[in-house]
Write a protein that binds this ligand. Sequence first.
Ligand SMILES: Nc1ncnc2c1ncn2[C@@H]1O[C@H](COP(=O)(O)OP(=O)(O)OP(=O)(O)O)[C@@H](O)[C@H]1O
Ligand SMILES: [Mg+2]
Length: 237
Amino acid sequence: MAHPFLIGENMTGGYGAVDILHSCTLAVEKGEIAVIVGPNGAGKSTAMKAVFGMLPLRSGQVRLEGEDITKLSPQARVRKGMGFVPQTHNIFTTMTVEENLEMGAFIRKDEAIQDTIAQIYDLFPILKEKRNQAAGELSGGQRQQVAVGRALMTRPKVLMLDEPTAGVSPIVMDELFDRIIEIARTGISILMVEQNARQALEIADKGFVLVQGTNRYTDTGAALLADPEVRKSFLGG
Ligand SMILES: Nc1ncnc2c1ncn2[C@@H]1O[C@H](COP(=O)(O)OP(=O)(O)OP(=O)(O)O)[C@@H](O)[C@H]1O
Ligand SMILES: [Mg+2]
């Protein structure tokens, strides 16, 4: 991986004295979709937090477009073009849909925020319909659309998603994946953790299988789907 668009390379660190990540590497190229899968507790969310600057690293590096950003705060990374949708608590439930989107634009000083909101309503038309409803009243899939929309408000170059389809039906999952593909086609890189490993690897340019805080398999999505060992251990056969 010479010059990926975004890379967290050989990341080691954890919470306090105990390391969760052991020389873990995640990366995504420009406009591509990279998917991270692995068992519960493997450290997928921890690795995402590390890439976004929410976890101090004992060693390793994070680089965006070749620049070392390892020491930058999450907010500084947002200014550099990173967006992150965490696994939990990713919307303001008591605020309306539109207020959530406006909150997402917190770092922006320009006047074009309404244009971006309009683009997000084009991408997720149901959000326009529900713009004045409290986000907490929406269905699971709609709430995830709010969370993704909120992260898009800073017009990121790379969008990091931690289990965007958690708790939604297979139909809603397919729809969300279609929207994620659409976002990637606009040139935004997607780095995404997914519980629905098989379906996610089908749309992935690159896949990472993490186990116990370290990389077990790294390949194209297609190659991982075709690998008998990966299938047996991580994709239910
Ligand atoms: N805030 C925290 N403080 C201490 N330990 C934590 C914290 N968050 C996670 N851990 C521990 O770190 C390890 C990895 O957790 P992490 O949430 O990164 O896994 P995951 O792969 O995202 O799991 P899941 O599939 O359930 O989302 C687990 O052993 C977990 O208990
Ligand atoms: Mg997780």
